[in-house]
Design a protein around this ligand. Structure first.
Ligand SMILES: [Zn+2]
Length: 314
């Protein structure tokens, strides 16, 4: 199957695996990445991020022009993907959330690592999670919410999620608040006698890595400070705080103004876009291919690498 989308868009990468980074949901190996890039090059033109940026703000992007983007500032991206990009002579956008850079614990990624490393698959994790829920204070709230929930109507733009994925994400992002969800997950980790500090040490790139990336032609951008999974429901002040801190930290690391971003979990609203504009952001990316009513420079579509890997049978 050929990647037939002609409108300019980004390819969105997240997790990669090898002997040091565990296989997780949607993660790919360096050889899968290599194969994917070879296939894409046959039908599309992969632009350097600086060129994509220039063309996007001057509305001169052409059909079949794409760019490479990586979200979440993950160490597996530098360890595994960056050498492959280098072999192909490609640079990328790196969208960085900043809390781990100032040693604030960010559980989103810690929890994902926990799921990947300590459970054989998502279903076995989901089973253990639901058992923890049934013993917790939130049992009633969750059971009530699930009574009227139809997974097939939730996250429709992400066809690769299973039914259990959809239920889990619904509970995490809409039924529980962040504190409650974190508390449930931490109690699971503690029950298994696992040290969170150990987990967090190998997850994110450090400041020096980011400076190196920036100096070697990669284009760094914002991705909020603490990566809320549902940013658009936050009040204006909290949204501003998320992007303002993110901007301060990242621009001081690479000693340059930041001009691009991607929306964490695709969550944003009009207020978010105004905030980004006020911070001087000129280019932004969504996390799916849904078209927006008007061409907006802060809402460029991206296709998830898992969709392409599946389509190409890699
Ligand atoms: Zn993200």
């Amino acid at each position: 199957m050929i990647h037939g989308i002609e409108d300019p868009h980004g390819i969105m990468f997240h997790h990669f695996h090898d002997e040091n980074h565990p296989i997780g949901q949607g993660s790919i190996s360096s050889s899968q990445l290599d194969d994917l890039l070879n296939i894409l090059k046959k039908t599309h033109i992969i632009l350097e991020p600086y060129e994509w940026f220039k063309k996007s703000i001057t509305n001169t992007l052409k059909k079949r022009e794409i760019c490479i983007t990586l979200d979440d500032n993950l160490k597996c991206q530098i360890d595994i993907a960056e050498p492959v990009f280098r072999n192909h002579g490609i640079s990328a956008f790196w969208f960085v959330y900043s809390s781990p850079l100032i040693n604030e614990k960010e559980y989103l990624e810690i929890f994902r690592f926990f799921r990947s490393k300590y459970f054989s698959d998502f279903d076995s994790f989901f089973k253990a999670f639901m058992q923890t829920v049934q013993k917790s204070d939130y049992e009633q709230v969750i059971n009530n919410a699930l009574k009227s929930f139809d997974p097939s109507n939730y996250l429709k733009a992400f066809p690769f999620y299973s039914t259990k994925d959809r239920i889990f994400r619904f509970l995490r992002d809409h039924v529980l608040n962040k504190l409650q969800y974190d508390q449930l997950m931490i109690s699971m980790i503690n029950e298994m006698n696992i040290d969170v500090k150990n987990i967090s040490e190998n997850l994110w790139n450090a400041k020096g890595d980011l400076l190196k990336l920036s100096k070697s032609g990669h284009f760094l951008g914002l991705h909020s400070h603490s990566h809320p999974t549902n940013l658009k429901v936050l009040p204006e002040k909290s949204q501003l705080d998320e992007y303002h801190r993110n901007n301060e930290i990242l621009s001081s690391i690479i000693d340059q103004p930041i001009k691009a971003m991607s929306h964490p979990c695709n969550s944003y609203n009009e207020i978010t876009l105004e905030i980004l504009q006020s911070l001087g952001i000129k280019l932004g990316f969504r996390s799916n291919m849904k078209k927006t009513a008007n061409l907006n420079h802060l809402e460029y579509p991206r296709i998830d690498h898992s969709i392409l890997i599946k389509n190409f049978g890699l």
